[in-house]
Write a new protein. Sequence first.
Length: 382
Amino acid sequence: MRAALNDLKVDGWLLFDFRSCNPVAQRLVGVSGLATRRMFVWLPKDGDPVALAHRIELQGFEGFPGRVIAYGAWRELHDGLRSLIGGKTVAMETFPKDGVPYLDRIPAGVVQLVESFGAKIAGSGPLVTRFAATWTPSELDGHRRAAKALAQIAQDALRWAGAEVARGAEVREVALQQRVLDAITKAGFVTNEPPIAAFQQNAALPHYEPRPGSDRRLAAGEVLLLDLWAGPTLGTPFADQTWMAFAGRNPDAEVRKVWDAVRGARDAAVALLKERWSAKRKVTGAEVDDAARAVIKGAGYGEFFVHRTGHSIDKDLHGSGPHIDNYETNDDRELVTGIGFSIEPGIYMRGRFGMRSEINVYMSKEGPEVTPAEYQRDLLLV
């Protein structure tokens, strides 16, 4: 980290948290319990780490590898902070004009407070990527296991839905959603939110939430979208996948064309990652987004691809590392070894149907690793 701080030309990294407003600080510091009072941790280029914590929350800092300064009154907080950063250049989770919200976690008032001590603030983006978004070996192992399980759960659930419709039974979105939830639990994994089960027109709503009583009944000839995510425990890198199916044997030409465009965009993103790795050239999330988006635009569906190509995955499913995005934001951070993210291009034609294909990628030392290993190549005909 000292080398990274030198590269960024800052005197240190100032972490701030208050009531879990900054997941970057939570991941790095690992303080137990909720920060109900303001917390600062100073990671200097020279010297030992220093924590500035309220007297009623010192227990969470037991074992902290450095000095802990206790404060109670606001004047003590200000004096302690001034002594640490006065006149220095500090890295913090800020981003000009909120350009990348995942890197803009510090309240405006805290920024003003830091600057009132003569400190200058530099964005901590490169530090966040390298030290807050990377996975441990055990996290990678858990992700791989979850990815394999989810791929099987998704295919089984979609084939069940098709078989039920074929025999004349009623299949509703909530029923498919619950079947997937039960299967995730049975497989020994956890999730933080129910999966997205969407049929035909509802599949054109990227963040659709099926609700009992208003969910759709599946009919022959309809598209099925299933987006599911889970991991070994909460707070670990989840696997996050979207699988597509068609209830019947013969999708019409446009359904096939849309699937081909979505699949082609996904595969173009992976191809660029592998090409840059082989050539030992860096690649950014924005560039990968451009590669995927170009395929969908070329197929004539550019206006219907209304979100970024992918998101960072760390302890949060939508993490603080680089996103595959040059649409919602311009995330030009380099995709470095040790991080993971989703690749999930989609086409959403409101009132008709939508499609998305989602895989995950881990940037290993051996090159980009796609999970699950057996990801969807063809539209499932169920």
